[in-house]
Design a protein around this ligand. Structure first.
Ligand SMILES: [Zn+2]
Ligand SMILES: [Zn+2]
Length: 176
């Protein structure tokens, strides 16, 4: 089980506030994250729990951006206590036996366990500075920097080129 890939669940949640307005949106978000199984029950309480989790995760990324590693670790440790891993071996949909981080609880609880364990694994394997927020204003989407030289600054190619154009224009102005 590649736990760092679970960190993508945190990124997906942070970057999808527009999906957290109703149950249809939530279902789409879960499908995008590969977390939706037909027939699984999602309710308004999942929606509220994931909205809260989104705010907590956003603070983790903002704290990482500010370079306060101790505070990032404190926050993730407290999230790990609130969303404990309870691993279970599972087999479903014709898949081989594999581990689930947790089975019980609401859909939102299972999502939270994955997202938080993913971030915890990410920072312990690769470093706190791997959690980033896009530097092309006004975008503040989250990303995971998996580049070998830790050089990523933007959430997407689109934001990177927008920032390049803005920087170019700023230089032109200085030159005038
Ligand atoms: Zn499974
Ligand atoms: Zn961006």
């Amino acid at each position: 089980m590649d736990l760092t890939s679970y960190a993508e669940l945190a990124v997906l949640l942070i970057n999808s506030p527009d999906r957290l307005t109703g149950l249809e949106g939530l279902r789409a978000l879960l499908e995008e994250g590969g977390r939706y199984r037909p027939g699984c029950r999602i309710t308004r309480s999942d929606l509220e729990a994931l909205r809260d989790l989104r705010e907590e995760l956003m603070i983790v990324f903002e704290t990482a951006e500010a370079g306060d590693e101790e505070a990032v670790v404190d926050r993730l440790n407290s999230l790990l206590i609130h969303h404990p891993v309870q691993p279970q071996i599972s087999g479903h949909d014709g898949e081989r036996w594999h581990l689930h981080l947790t089975e019980g609880g609401r859909m939102a609880d299972q999502y939270a366990v994955g997202a938080v364990m993913g971030l915890a694994t990410m920072i312990t394997d690769l470093g706190v500075d791997r959690l980033g927020l896009c530097q092309a204003p006004p975008c503040r989407r989250a990303y995971l920097d998996t580049s070998s030289n830790r050089s990523r600054r933007y959430c997407s190619e689109r934001c990177a080129s927008r920032a390049n154009v803005a920087a170019y224009r700023a230089r032109q102005k200085v030159g005038q």
